[in-house]
Write a protein that binds this ligand. Structure first.
Ligand SMILES: [Mg+2]
Length: 400
């Protein structure tokens, strides 16, 4: 097969397009947005739609595609400081698949090895050993120890033929999904605040951009200093704001107790809502987090503990019924996650791995499909990058 031989065609019916998440409240995109709406309604064929499986469009049939990939690097404007250390550069891989009809599918592998996924080198080695032409079988046989690869390849396969689903925009506080039965229509977005005092100014800029939920990194500095900033932050946030605290597993049990007590106390004094404390203890201490979740008013969310689907299943089996932070970019196979969702009712927050628009679009589609409670998705991270990345996959591909 040769990609040049393929003649691009309009697919009369593109399921992935139906899954697309568009942006609302973005003046810059309003024209494109309405163009998509018109186009989508022209091409919708609900009779055929109902006759297809919503869940496994591309992978359910034997399908092959030409495969190419490009590694990329994106520098953070402000290195991301968490309890895990300082992160200066996001590195990943963009995948491009082209099927016999000329349909292009984009995918992204954006590993975070210190969070529990494969390393970038492992992902690159996997891509290098693949043949130029791959099939749906290649994708379903990607091993579980390459979860970011599973996500990247499966979403690329699912996305083949959906050239017009790229209506993402950086810096938006809210996403609106395309009209599809069963999809959440709106996804509000949580804006990430850097650790330390800078958060006290940062939230105001994000508020003006429309953000109403914020996540602040803790467990980085001395606890007394962070508690003082927290007090200040809670008292300055407007009543309709929500605040999440993310410790990245950096607290001791006693420190977590102190944070939870302080949250409970301050919640009685301010109107802004403290939504949850994320991953207070290290991954190995699930028992401690199960214990803490019983005694305090402030909810606890697991993040590092549920980085991959295997970990999610394990924590669920061990009795976790609190909030799960899911990072589609590293969790593994979207279709296996859907299977888990069909069997279990979980309260999940979907979150970014600092991916480009390609991984983000696939992750948001999954969030729009699976989100049950009205929790903001954690994709407000663009202000951490030095340069806004291109908002369509072709330009990204050509620039890397
Ligand atoms: Mg987290």
């Amino acid at each position: 097969m040769n990609a040049d031989k393929f003649v691009p065609q309009h697919s009369h019916f593109d399921l992935p397009r139906l899954r697309s998440v568009q942006v609302a409240q973005c003046p810059a995109l309003s024209t494109q947005h309405s163009a998509l709406s018109t186009h989508t309604s022209t091409y919708l064929d609900f009779a055929r739609y109902k006759s297809l499986s919503v869940k496994h469009s591309a992978l359910s049939t034997q399908h092959s595609a030409l495969f190419t990939f490009r590694p990329y690097q994106r520098k953070f404007a402000r290195p991301l400081t968490t309890h895990h250390g300082v992160w200066e550069m996001r590195e990943g891989i963009i995948l491009r698949l082209v099927d016999e009809a000329g349909n292009v599918g984009w995918g992204e592998i954006a590993p975070i090895s210190w969070f529990g996924s494969e390393t970038l080198d492992q992902a690159l080695n996997f891509c290098r050993q693949l043949p130029k032409e791959i099939t749906s079988e290649t994708i379903v046989s990607i091993p579980d120890d390459l979860p970011a690869c599973q996500f990247g390849f499966e979403s690329a396969f699912d996305g083949m033929g959906s050239r017009e689903w790229w209506f993402d925009y950086f810096g938006c506080a809210q996403y609106k999904s395309a009209h599809q039965p069963g999809l959440r229509e709106n996804l509000s977005c949580s804006g990430l605040l850097a650790a330390g005092e800078v958060a006290l100014q940062q939230w105001q800029t994000l508020w003006q951009q429309g953000y109403r939920t914020f996540k602040w990194k803790i467990g980085v500095d001395a606890i007394a200093k962070e508690l003082a900033i927290f007090d200040n932050l809670c008292r300055s946030l407007p009543a309709s704001a929500k605040l999440r605290l993310d410790a990245n597993g950096g607290l001791s049990y006693e420190e977590a107790e102190l944070w939870l007590e302080t949250c409970g106390k301050i919640q009685g004094e301010v109107s802004a809502e403290i939504e949850f404390l994320e991953q207070p203890l290290p991954v190995k201490d699930l028992a401690g987090m199960l214990e803490l979740s019983k005694f305090y008013r402030t909810a606890i969310a697991l993040d590092e503990s549920v980085a991959t689907l295997q970990q999610l299943i394990s924590c669920y089996q061990q009795g976790w019924r609190g909030i799960f932070v899911l990072k589609p970019g590293i969790i593994g196979s979207p279709s296996k996650l859907r299977q888990f969702y069909q069997q279990h009712e979980i309260d999940a927050v979907f979150s970014s791995v600092f991916e480009t628009v390609i991984g983000r679009q696939a992750a948001l589609n999954l969030a729009a499909e699976l989100s049950r409670k009205n929790r903001a998705v954690g994709f407000g991270v663009d202000h951490f990058f030095a340069q806004a990345a291109a908002t369509n996959p072709e330009s990204l591909w050509n620039n890397f």
